[in-house]
Design a protein around this ligand. Structure first.
Ligand SMILES: [Zn+2]
Ligand SMILES: [Zn+2]
Length: 243
């Protein structure tokens, strides 16, 4: 499958100069996907068929209900639950007629697997995954094609470890084999320099809590614990839509 380029958002992301611009683009992607299922699209029969079939993961159902757009969520919940009941009807009948211990174990397993398959394929997660692939691919592609983009990346703060690892992986597809080793070296150099910066900041934060350092300046390290977690996990911004 050919991956579409997303030059404009990726350039905007780089210029944002945050700890990981892929994280920040993914937070946007999540917001857009949630808004899509809170808007008029839930009235569209095709969308509803997809919602009934795939639904959302627990985290994204929670984000939908937290948005206070009750009617749309009620409509989706109504027909999604109906579909779940249909798909699990025979498993539920099995549970109701369990007789022997062996049979009980078997019907419980059958019900468990129906439920597991219902929780797969969240529409918000899938939309985000598509965008993630395009953003990662575009980042690698522009790094290879546009010297000014390569310069902008090298002036940035690197990536969270999660997206750093995915970028290195997708670079193989997006770049020529000649350029690939140089990409791996350069992006890693940038990442290591920025991990050193974060490490220094969070260490200074720990020192600031000592009585002898109470009067010394923070040097901008008041939020170093949050930046450290963001850099390590890369997911906190995406999990919490408020940030
Ligand atoms: Zn990230
Ligand atoms: Zn999800």
């Amino acid at each position: 499958m050919k991956i579409e380029l997303e030059t404009i958002p990726v350039w905007d992301g780089v210029q944002e100069n945050c700890e990981c611009f892929i994280c920040s683009l993914m937070a946007e992607a999540q917001k857009d996907a949630i808004n899509f299922y809170l808007g008029n699209s839930v009235m569209n029969p095709e969308t509803r068929v997809r919602v009934n079939e795939h639904g959302f993961c627990p985290k994204h159902w929670c984000m939908l209900t937290a948005a206070n757009k009750s009617q749309g969520v009620a409509l989706m919940g109504d027909t999604y639950l109906e579909t779940t009941r249909k798909k699990s009807e025979s498993a539920i009948n099995g549970l109701l007629s369990a007789k022997s211990p062996r049979q009980a174990k078997k019907v419980v397993e059958a019900f468990h697997s129906v439920l597991e398959s219902r929780e797969k394929g969240c529409l918000v997660c899938s939309a985000m995954e598509d965008r993630l692939q395009r953003y990662l691919y575009t980042t690698c592609y522009l790094w290879g094609e546009d010297p000014s983009f390569r310069e902008a990346i090298s002036q940035g703060k690197g990536f969270c470890l999660h997206h750093f690892s995915l970028l290195l992986e997708i670079g193989q597809k997006a770049l020529s084999s000649n350029l690939y080793p140089e990409f791996v070296r350069e992006i890693t150099q940038l990442e290591v320099a920025n991990l050193d910066r974060i490490a220094k900041d969070v260490h200074w934060m720990t020192q600031k809590y000592k009585a002898e350092n109470a009067d010394k300046p923070w040097h901008g390290c008041e939020d170093a614990h949050k930046r450290t977690v963001d850099k390590m996990t890369g997911r906190s911004r995406v999990i919490d839509p408020v940030r």
